[in-house]
Each structure stands twice: as C-alpha cells, then as structure tokens.
Design a protein around this ligand. Structure first.
Ligand code: NCD
Length: 305
C-alpha cells in the first residue's frame, strides 16, 4: 500500500465496531446525541450524499438513518438491493466502489455476512457505517443503547446489566457486552445453554437470580432467521423459562429499566403487555437511535459537533 492510500484510509471515519473507538470518543458521541435530542443541531451537510445499502431487512435502523440524514440535510441516494446490479452477480466491493465513483460521500451497510466490511475499509475512501453484519456487530444500535442507559443513569460505572436471550446469534449482544464492560458496567448473560457464547466473556446467570439487582434488563430478539427455535423450545416454553413475564417484572427493582432492540417477538422475549410498561425504554431507544445516528453521520462526514 502506498503512503497516499494509507493516509486516506487512516482519515476515513468508518464506523464498523465500537472496539476501534476510545472511551473518550464514545462518551463524546453519547453526549453529542443527547445535545441533538435537546434541539442543538450540528452544522448541516447540504450537498453531501449517503447511500443506505440494506442486504437484510430493517425497519428501525434503515428508517432512523434516513431520518438522521434528513435532519442533517444530507441527500439520500436511493439504493435497492433487489433492483441493483447485485442481482446480476456484482460483488459488494464493486457495488460500493461504484457508489464511491459516482460521488456518494458515505455508505450505510447492513449485510448478512459477519465482518463483511474488512475488505471495504481497506479499499474504500468513503466511510462505511455498519448497520449490522450478520451475527457480528451492530455498533449504531449499541450507541443508541448507550445513549438510552446514560440518559437514565448518568453513568455506566457499577451498573448491573443482564443481556438475556439468544446471545450467540446476536450482534446487539456482542457489541453491547464489550462496550458496557469497557465503560465499567457489571454485565452478565442469561441464556439457554445452546445459545450461550463464551467468547463474549460474560458470566452466565439465571435471570431469576439477577432480576432483583439489575439496573438494566436487555432482552434480545430470538433470531429466527439464523436458526430454528422450534427445535429447542416452543414459544411458550421459552417465555416461561427465559422471557420477561408479568411475574418477573414485578421483582425488578425501582428505577430499573427494560430494553430490547426490537423487533419484538411478543410473548416470547417479553410479555406483549410489558412493551409499553413504565420501565420499558423500547420506544425511547428508537427515538434515541435518530440522534445517535446523527452523531455517527456527523463524525463520518467530518462535521464538528
Ligand atoms: C436488531 C438487528 O437487526 O440486529 N434490530 C435493530 O437493528 N433494531 C436486533 C434484531 O433484529 O434482533
């Protein structure tokens, strides 16, 4: 790689995993997101363009990136996988290089392959913003989750967090387990044995044993598209053994909150009637997602907050 190339790679503000950001930078982005929530807008990006490439379905991530782009006066260049040349066999790299060549300034990408971005961040000169890579990472979800937790508790230090459910298939769990530990939270995992993932470095606990002491119960969606749950549990069995039931929520401590990245399988991970419970931050997480993604776009496109 020549010097000019490595210089531009270094300067490109990819956002593919929170692992590569310092804690100062992460805290700065949390505070920036909360300032946007108070109505404090950064300088606008009139004339800048972003393409949102979703190779997996999405409601929240895609629409909140689009909303954040509008708030920042960024123009979206519409990209639809099903009518693109991907259907003619064009590779992800060639697709992204094409968008770079026509002048797109940043790419938001969701793709089913974990780590899809490795080749892209080496070779592209425009930022890649990871909207989720298979069972790998989901850094923009993680940032909005951090914003939601920080907004509530004003700290991460010493918070008791339980990440519950389909850990092994969850990019949300992988991103959050790592960053919450770095920020000083006590993080445990509650999951069936077959969905446990040792590589996250969490202690495995029973939900019923930690319920009363947790500040944050973070539920995960059962990833039906990545495995077949019916082989292991019925929905009712899962809800009874691992889900947040009405009985369990009554045992949570005052001030504790419930999170879920959504979409929710009602009455599986959480009783349907609890989704809008006083303790639930599920919809506020979505609201915060817009502000978190504004901070991500602002960083990628070189703005000052
Ligand atoms: C998450 C995702 O797609 O990984 N959803 C989201 O982005 N809000 C979680 C999930 O689908 O389980």
């Amino acid at each position: 790689m020549n010097t000019t190339q490595s210089k531009s790679v270094q300067e490109t503000k990819h956002f593919v995993s929170l692992e590569s950001l310092s804690l100062e930078e992460i805290m700065g982005m949390i505070e920036e997101s909360l300032r946007y929530k108070q109505g404090d807008l950064p300088p606008l990006f009139n004339g800048k363009t972003v393409a949102n490439l979703f190779f997996e379905n999405s409601t929240r991530t895609k629409n909140s990136f689009q909303m954040a782009e509008r708030h920042l006066s960024i123009q979206e260049i519409p990209f639809d996988v099903t009518t693109s040349s991907v259907t003619k066999g064009e590779t992800l790299y060639d697709t992204c290089k094409t968008l770079e060549a026509i002048g797109v300034n940043a790419l938001v990408i969701r793709h089913p392959e974990a780590g899809y971005y490795h080749e892209l961040v080496e070779k592209l000169n425009i930022p890649v913003l990871n909207g989720g890579d298979g069972s790998g990472e989901h850094p923009s979800q993680s940032l909005l989750d951090l914003v939601t937790i920080f907004e509530e508790f004003k700290t991460f230090q010493g918070l008791n967090v339980a990440i519950c459910g389909d850990l092994v298939h969850s990019r949300v769990a992988r991103s959050n387990a790592s960053v919450l530990k770095r920020l000083g939270a006590n993080v445990v995992g509650c999951s069936p044995e077959s969905w446990w993932d040792d590589s996250m470095g969490l202690e495995r606990k029973e939900l019923d044993d930690v319920l009363a002491t947790c500040d944050v119960i973070m539920l995960l969606r059962v990833q039906h598209e990545r495995h077949i749950m019916g082989d292991i549990f019925s929905k009712e069995e899962y809800h009874e053994r691992y889900g947040l039931t009405v009985e369990r929520v009554a045992k949570m401590k005052d001030g504790a909150i419930i999170m879920h990245p959504a979409p929710v399988n009602r009455d599986v991970e959480i009783a349907g009637c609890l989704i809008e419970h006083d303790k639930s931050r599920i919809f506020p997480q979505m609201t915060n997602g817009v502000y978190a993604r504004m901070a991500i776009l602002n960083r990628a496109l070189g703005g000052q907050s």
